[in-house]
Ligand binder design. Structure first.
Ligand code: SF4
Length: 356
């Protein structure tokens, strides 16, 4: 009961702090449902600073939900290149098509209907409903969980779904009346988590909620939020081949596993096989190894220990592209982009003749 009262005292000081401390961010100008939605999807797993440039480019190319619905997949993935987690881009387009077909191009303003859109869960629906439509709807992300866990010294692990759900309800109950204040309240919670109540070094002296905060009162900030135990990542050894023929470098679509459906330099998870055994199995003909390098790429649940092997071949059963085509038109996930960097390194160091 005491903690409920504590939550009720959040909005007034937080809103007044937000008005004088909020950052100017591109998605905060003209916060239409489309603009809020795209920004929220981009910001999942990606830092604000990194998102800004992608967001502006995306909005320039695809300014409306209709443009996104009609966009060619390769162009969409190219716009998303570097943000990672490509399923977000595909879901974005699926949802855009749902909006065009099922809702006549107008976003639904109901939180339950928003959650029928592909890739839109409770958090994103809450963000769109409150920020763009001024609805009383909480959006509980990692920032908000951290702030509230510290404020109330709640020791429930933050991956606990029932806790998150209960928090959504408790926060929704303290929202201001429908309208612009709801939009600002959601953003003020995000902003406090991003600027002040930071994961490792909360700046409690500058916090507008310090007078309420239980963790601040007991100096227990470092104990909250309580993280679930980390699962070990699966490790895989992977060959990635830069197969250079007279036509250029081979690229194909991944048919399974992580990054399924994305372009790649032909790759294979291996269990002790040699590079030549893999190339022979694929039917690559007349090849000669030019260079190899090792590096690591970390996905959410998997760690790839990559050996990138560059070979010159007489023929290979894959489509080939020039380097210019690869850089300008082909969307490549970051794991494979590292191989491109290796190419420029060896190309300049060893004066190897590259196909432009
Ligand atoms: S007082 Fe400190 S720990 Fe509490 S909400 Fe503010 S920044 Fe976070």
């Amino acid at each position: 009961m005491e903690k409920e009262k504590l939550l009720q005292r959040i909005p007034a000081p937080l809103l007044s702090w937000y008005d004088s401390h909020k950052r100017a961010l591109p998605w905060r100008e003209n916060p239409t449902p489309y603009r809020v939605w795209v920004s929220e999807i981009m910001l999942q797993q990606t830092r604000v600073e990194a998102v800004k440039e992608y967001y502006l480019r995306f909005m320039k190319e695809l300014p409306t939900v209709e443009h996104l619905a009609a966009c060619e997949e390769e162009k969409l993935l190219k716009l998303w290149e570097g943000l990672g987690y490509y399923s977000r881009a595909r879901n974005l387009q699926k949802a855009a098509r749902q909006i065009v077909l099922d809702f006549d191009g107008a976003f639904p303003n109901d939180i339950r209907l928003l959650q029928t859109l592909s890739g839109v869960g409770a958090y994103t629906a809450g963000a769109i409903a409150s920020i763009a439509f001024g609805k009383r709807a909480a959006a509980v992300d990692g920032n908000v969980l951290r702030v509230i866990s510290r404020l109330t010294e709640n020791a429930t692990p933050i991956n606990d779904i029932a806790y998150r759900k209960a928090l959504e309800e408790r926060l929704t109950a303290i929202y201001p009346p429908e309208g612009e204040l709801c939009s600002r309240f959601t953003q003020s919670l995000f902003e406090l988590g991003a600027l002040i109540c930071k994961p490792r070094s909360p700046e409690c002296a500058a916090c507008p909620l310090s007078f309420l905060c239980q963790a601040n009162a007991h100096n227990t900030q470092a104990l909250f939020p309580v993280q679930p135990p980390k699962k070990a990542k699966r490790q895989e050894d992977v060959y990635v081949f830069l197969i250079q023929t007279d036509e250029g470098f081979c690229i194909r679509r991944r048919e399974e596993g992580v990054l399924k459906g994305m372009n790649e330099f032909p790759s294979k998870v291996v269990y002790g096989e040699s590079a030549s055994a893999v190339l022979d199995e694929w039917g690559v003909y007349g090849y000669q190894e030019l260079a190899r390098e090792r590096f690591t790429h970390i996905f959410t649940h998997i760690r790839w220990d990559i050996t990138c092997v560059w070979v010159r071949a007489e023929s290979a059963p894959f489509d080939a592209y020039t380097l210019d085509e690869i850089r300008e038109k082909v969307s490549l996930p970051t794991a494979f982009k590292q191989c491109l960097q290796m190419l420029s390194h060896y190309g300049t160091q060893n004066q190897v003749q590259l196909i432009p």
